[in-house]
Ligand binder design. Structure first.
Ligand code: SF4
Length: 615
């Protein structure tokens, strides 16, 4: 595309900065000198995609490879799509402004089930056949990674390859192999058979799924020597793993516009609803020296004045104290703020608060997830009410007056008393504030309760459970609001209809590919955006395909049922998940990994045995 064409294309478009490229640290190579062109597609807007750490890591990693050029592609918003159609153009990459149809590999990162239609939408705009079986050459190979591939079945018919697990090393092996096969003029099928031998590379077309008459999966069988099960790829040592030295710095405001340093992967906690806490096991930490060094390098290269220390639960980082001490030295000198997202409420010590307050003071967010102790035990949150109240008081003493609390509705075994307990907990926090003799003068407290709808996810102890029906969730939301007695507490929630679809596609089977295709034909896209989401179209798509939403979302599965993702091995064993499911039903908690190993099985992909010496 020429500059002139780009200008024409951007006329009348909201936020043209989404579509121009040319940002600091973006990588431009001479396309005549590269062997493999990789379009890294984020199937959502620029602002969301540019905040995504995985994309930053793989973009830098691929561009570090000889003869490989990776470019960024984001889903064009509705107005830009109209202009692209008007001009007869497809989705293009921001570095070269070339249509993705010109690329060797078109890779999607799938972070959320409601992005699936955007993958189809982007391919379709560029005239690339949607079904894998209709793309015959090695050119335009469509691959997908990200957490959603832990059940790749609903989109299995569209992708040639799904990457299971962590991408840094498997991606290098995969692209090297592609380079060799392309240079030799090999055909797509022989490449896919060879690629399937790389750890974590799942080639859906090499597996056949059969079904029972009731629609449940009967069996999955492998062809052409493809492995069964397919094991995820896991990085052994984060200190030596690739990490970017710089990030592309956007011109326009994006969701998280700051440097991000990952401090560890995995989670010791074992919350039973949490897919990330299961599929990224076991915990692997970077040393504090590596974290501080990489963080400084990123800030220097980007000019960012904020660095986020990222992980699933940063306060569980065992070297937080020496890390913060070291980082405070250079961040204060360079006037860089440190932010610590995903703090766990029970590790919120006065010392930690003091350190955070020295660098950044803002509203506090905690995620008790459930209001009653019984419910928190069911989900294995391992968090007592006293600890929550004490942590809030510590925060109030530190000058914070706004507390945001995240909860889930529709958790397994939930009763109306559990729901009322959410409001009661909010009330106790309000009361704790006013009972403090030295509360901040002239300031009131505000407790914001944010409600999500529980979505049972694959590879978690709740993978067998039913999701509440939509009307039940709505009744529960209303019940909670009606149980509140003070305006110091506010309640908000997300649209539950999208949670229903999330539940369907999270645990769906391969037959759902045709529903996705039909939904795409009906115009579904940007389904996570309320202004675009249309449940009527989705209902029609399911009806047209003869499949039922309730079968996937609201049905409890038996332990004997073959689950659509059983052949995708994320380390944790089904035996462990069953044990945890039974303990949940009995409201029994399980200790965190540092206190006692629960024998989840994840460490067999690393070095075997338990993860911590004292277990
Ligand atoms: S093997 Fe044990 S310590 Fe390691 S992640 Fe699993 S439960 Fe936790």
């Amino acid at each position: 595309m020429t500059e002139l064409q780009l200008h024409k294309l951007l006329k009348g478009v909201q936020k043209p900065g989404r579509y121009t490229g040319g940002e600091l640290n973006s990588v431009v190579k001479n396309k005549d000198e590269v062997d493999v062109r990789f379009a890294f597609c984020f199937p959502d807007t620029y602002e969301i995609g540019m905040s995504h750490l995985g994309m930053k890591i793989l973009y830098a990693l691929l561009n570090d490879m000889d003869g490989v050029w990776c470019e960024r592609v984001f889903a064009p918003w509705v107005d830009m799509e109209q202009n692209l159609r008007r001009e007869g153009m497809g989705v293009y990459a921001l570095e070269s402004l070339d249509d993705i149809a010109q690329f060797d590999i078109i890779g999607f990162t799938l972070q959320y089930e409601l992005c699936y239609t955007n993958m189809l939408h982007m391919l379709d705009l560029s005239g690339i056949p949607l079904y894998s079986k209709d793309r015959h050459s090695l050119h335009n190979l469509v691959v997908a990674g990200g957490p959603c591939t832990c059940n790749a079945e609903p989109f299995a018919d569209f992708v040639d390859v799904a990457f299971l697990g962590e991408g840094e090393e498997q991606m290098v092996q995969f692209v090297q192999l592609y380079k060799e096969y392309k240079a030799n003029g090999a055909d797509k099928q022989s490449f896919l058979k060879a690629a399937a031998q790389i750890r974590g590379v799942y080639v859906p077309s090499l597996y056949t799924v059969s079904y029972h008459p009731d629609g449940t999966v009967e069996a999955v069988t492998a062809e052409s020597g493809a492995p069964l099960p397919i094991q995820k790829y896991i990085i052994q040592d984060l200190d030596t793993a690739f990490y970017p030295k710089d990030f592309v710095v956007p011109y326009i405001e994006v969701v998280h516009d700051r440097a991000v340093e990952e401090v560890f992967r995995g989670c010791i906690r074992g919350c039973r609803f949490c897919q990330a806490g299961m599929i990224y096991r076991p915990v692997r930490e970077k040393s504090w020296e590596t974290v501080s060094k990489q963080a400084k390098c990123l800030c220097d290269a980007t000019g960012y004045e904020e660095i986020s220390l990222s992980s699933l639960s940063t306060s569980d980082y065992s070297q937080l104290e020496p890390l913060l001490n070291d980082m405070l030295e250079w961040t204060q000198k360079d006037q860089v703020n440190i932010s610590l997202p995903s703090l766990r409420i029970d590790t919120f010590s006065p010392e930690l608060l003091e350190k955070i307050s020295r660098v950044r003071k803002s509203g506090l967010t905690f995620a008790p997830e459930a209001g009653s102790q019984r419910m928190r035990d069911v989900i294995n949150k391992n968090l007592d009410e006293d600890v929550i109240l004490q942590s809030c008081e510590t925060a109030f003493r530190g000058g914070h007056c706004n507390v945001k609390l995240y909860f889930m509705l529709g958790l397994p075994t939930e009763t109306l008393e559990d729901i009322e307990a959410i409001g009661q907990l909010g009330q106790k926090i309000v009361d704790r504030f006013y009972a403090m003799p030295d509360k901040p003068k002239g300031r009131g407290v505000q407790v914001s309760i944010s409600l999500a709808t529980f979505v049972p996810k694959p590879h978690t102890p709740f993978q067998w459970m039913a999701q509440d029906k939509l009307q039940t969730i709505r009744d529960k939301q209303r019940h909670l609001v009606e149980s509140l007695t003070t305006r110091k507490i506010s309640v908000s929630w997300h649209e539950s209809q999208t949670s229903v679809l999330e539940a369907v596609f999270a645990r769906g089977d391969r037959r759902l590919s045709k529903v996705l295709y039909r939904a795409h034909e009906l115009g579904c896209k940007f389904d996570s955006w309320h202004e675009c989401f249309d449940m009527h179209k989705w209902k029609q798509a399911f009806a047209d395909c003869g499949l039922s939403i309730e079968f996937y979302a609201n049905r409890e599965r038996s332990y004997e049922e073959v689950l659509p993702w059983d052949h995708l091995d994320y380390g944790i064993t089904k035996g462990f998940l069953k044990r945890e499911n039974e303990r949940a039903k009995a409201a029994q908690t399980t200790k965190n990994c540092r206190e006692q190993c629960a024998g989840c099985g994840a460490n067999r992909l690393l070095r075997g045995g338990t993860c911590f010496e004292n277990c």
